[in-house]
Design a protein around this ligand. Structure first.
Ligand SMILES: Nc1ncnc2c1ncn2[C@@H]1O[C@H](COP(=O)(O)OP(=O)(O)O)[C@@H](O)[C@H]1O
Ligand SMILES: [Mg+2]
Length: 329
């Protein structure tokens, strides 16, 4: 049996649907990312799992128990939000102790021991006496994470925990959350609008759009076999072409660029280079095909240098047949 089951959940705010027929299962120990654009219903779904919001229809089953109508305090989870939500007048240590205040079975000594334990886990032992204002954003978010895991909850809910941080810190904390999650083996549901975050962190991704689940799958499945044009366009970049009554998608890294202008067929298309974008190891080549269709190709930068293509020149864009993803038009 799955750790968490969401069955046919519906939620509206006034007239507007925030969640439509949501079904979702989460296995014990899994890190699941709920991914989608702003306003698609991610936070509402997380709040329903937390018991902060009630669904109008549907069921939330956690560990075999119907929790749909259970208040948050009777669900055993830890939570971290985008804004750090630390108490500014308490030190790191006091913030975490506060998270333990509900644990009547632990004495003061045991609580202190637990605080040290989680501070070591998030690498903040040296900062235990500091106030939130004396910490960087990343350190504040690590404190929030320590506070969430300190009571040893059954599962962890994270709502865009990295969104307020700058890029470098975000990447570092990404790995750190994964490490802690795997060490504890704690079932974790994380909301994000950042596709890279979801791809790098998740065991399973749930892609949402407009109050519905568009696709559920592993990062590989979602990226390599996106179930709809929306998913394909939201996660990474996808070129789209209509052919007959099908819509064909192809990832830029599967398009190759050549100088051979004498071959044109279903997979070799002559076009004009409209621009080049150096991206370090890869270079993105923007092209316009006959008939005005646009295409972009990501090729190794060494190869781009070797080809020496420039804006305005003609070249051949080649897409091996096996790399087309087909959708009904
Ligand atoms: N308390 C609320 N009252 C009215 N509308 C809400 C409320 N919470 C969320 N919504 C609406 O529901 C939709 C989904 O919101 P939300 O779950 O916060 O999306 P996300 O987290 O994906 O950005 C949005 O259109 C939002 O405006
Ligand atoms: Mg949200």
């Amino acid at each position: 049996m799955s750790f968490l089951q969401i069955e046919q959940v519906n939620k509206r705010f006034e007239k507007q649907a925030a969640l439509k027929n949501i079904n979702l299962t989460v296995e014990k120990g899994e890190l699941v990312c709920i991914l989608g654009p702003s306003g698609c219903g991610k936070t509402t779904l997380l709040r329903i799992i937390a018991g902060l919001e009630m669904p109008e229809e549907g069921k939330v089953v956690i560990n075999g128990r119907d929790c749909t109508a259970l208040p948050p305090r009777e669900r055993n989870f830890g939570v971290v939000f985008q804004s750090y939500a630390l108490f500014p007048n308490m030190t790191v240590e006091q913030n975490i102790l506060f998270g333990l205040s509900g644990q009547k079975n632990k004495n003061k000594e045991e609580k202190r021991f637990r605080v040290t334990e989680v501070l070591r886990m998030v690498d903040l032992l040296d900062h235990r006496k500091k106030y939130p204002s004396q910490l960087s954003g990343g350190q504040q978010q690590r404190t929030a994470l320590a506070r969430a895991i300190a009571p040893g909850p059954e599962y962890l809910l994270l709502d865009e925990p990295l969104s307020a941080l700058d890029a470098k810190v975000r990447v570092k904390l990404r790995a750190e959350i994964c490490r802690i999650q795997r060490t504890l083996g704690i079932t974790t549901i994380m909301v994000t609008h950042d596709q890279e975050e979801a791809l790098t962190m998740a065991d399973k991704i749930v892609v949402m759009n407009n109050a519905v689940v568009e696709q559920t799958g592993t990062p590989h499945e979602i990226y390599n076999r996106p179930g709809s044009p929306f998913v394909a366009g939201f996660i990474g970049t996808m070129n789209f072409y209509e052919r007959g009554n099908a819509l064909l998608g192809v990832r830029p890294e599967n398009v190759t660029v050549g100088r051979d202008l004498f071959r044109e067929d279903d997979t070799h298309w002559i076009g004009t280079v409209m621009g080049l974008e150096f991206r370090g190891s890869q270079t993105r080549v923007y092209g316009r095909l006959r008939g005005g269709l646009e295409i972009c190709a990501d090729i190794p930068s060494g190869e781009a240098d070797g080809l020496g293509v420039r804006s305005g020149e003609k070249c051949c864009f080649h897409i091996p047949e096996e790399h087309f993803v087909r959708y009904p038009a």
